[in-house]
Design a protein around this ligand. Structure first.
Ligand code: NAD
Length: 279
């Protein structure tokens, strides 16, 4: 059995992502910010994508650089093809290439189906699904062009698609969001199938309830948090670090034989807790 894992050579305390270059979309807050910090702590050079005010992204870049890492903040709306292509060019100019893409940017525009505007349907699909396609396409082009660099990783590249438990759990009042995440699930699997021959690994992380700005209203008071906990068998709301640790593992050669998989980081939310005491 070949047990080699590229970045854990015998006895060497090498960081698992040393020498790798990562792009994290939507990295100025929540899960993206946590993932960017964790990838940097694991040795990667990190590009933090953001939209709107740049203060938060630049603050994270500052923190990473202060602790000896390398990072850059780049603005781009991930649903804008020209902006995405310009972002990748800026990354390649700065760092030469890409080894890890974390497709994380996402948003919600909630409404019942009878109230939902076409604009809100389109915006969620454009950012959550088309945005992942546009970024994955640019990364895949570079991975396929460049191939494996054996000293860096066993893979030519890794793509991690941040989906949601709502890629399998229907979510009334959020048809656009659930449809976008169901789409991400099949985009991820299809890219994994298509790109494996190029030694590119594509995997998903589907978080349950993680404390971030996107869902602040569902845990902002003790009453709301306790209602939310009814859906989480493990008995606590998730933290961004829970997702970040999974992302570091999927980005590293420790998961070298894993592709096309979804890690549900959800404290058991997808275990149908309503059936806990029998059906
Ligand atoms: P968040 O609101 O803190 O993060 C979303 C990020 O995406 C923000 O930084 C936002 O600026 C960015 N963004 C939005 N539109 C963008 C665009 N057009 N281009 C670039 N960036 C854009 O919330 P979060 O919880 O950290 O969400 C991150 C991802 O995790 C999302 O895809 C979300 O659907 C997913 N998710 C979150 C939870 C949760 O419980 N927090 C659960 C399941 C899935």
């Amino acid at each position: 059995m070949d047990t080699r894992v590229n970045t854990v050579a015998a006895g060497a305390p090498v960081l698992p992502l040393a020498g790798q270059r990562a792009l994290v979309t939507g990295a100025s807050s929540g899960i993206g910010a946590g993932v960017a910090r964790a990838l940097a702590a694991a040795g990667a050079t990190v590009v933090l994508n953001y939209v709107g005010p740049d203060g938060a992204a630049r603050g994270i870049v500052h923190d990473i650089v202060e602790t000896g890492g390398e990072a850059l903040a780049v603005e781009a709306d991930v649903s804008d093809e020209a902006a995405v292509r310009a972002m990748f060019r800026e990354m390649f100019d700065a760092f030469g290439s890409i080894d890890i893409l974390v497709n994380n940017a996402g948003l919600q525009r909630d409404a019942s189906i009878v109230e939902m505007s076409l604009a809100d349907w389109r915006r969620v699909i454009d950012v959550n699904l088309t945005g992942q396609f546009l970024c994955a396409r640019e990364a895949a082009r570079e991975f396929v062009r460049r191939g494996v660099i054996p000293d860096v990783s066993n893979s030519a590249g890794k793509i991690i698609c941040i989906s949601s438990v709502h890629d399998v759990i229907p979510w009334a009042g959020h048809a656009n969001y659930a449809a976008s995440k169901g789409g991400v699930q099949m985009l991820m699997k299809t890219l994994a199938q298509e790109l494996a021959v190029h030694r590119v690994r594509v995997n998903g992380i589907s978080p349950g309830a993680i404390k971030t700005p996107i869902n602040h209203s569902s845990w902002s008071t003790p009453e709301k948090e306790s209602a939310l906990l009814q859906l989480i068998p493990y008995g606590r709301v998730g933290e961004t670090a829970d997702v970040a640790r999974a992302a570091v593992w999927l980005a590293s050669d420790h998961s070298d034989y894993v592709t096309g998989a979804t890690l549900y980081v959800d404290g058991g939310m997808t275990l149908y807790p309503g059936f806990e005491k029998g059906g």
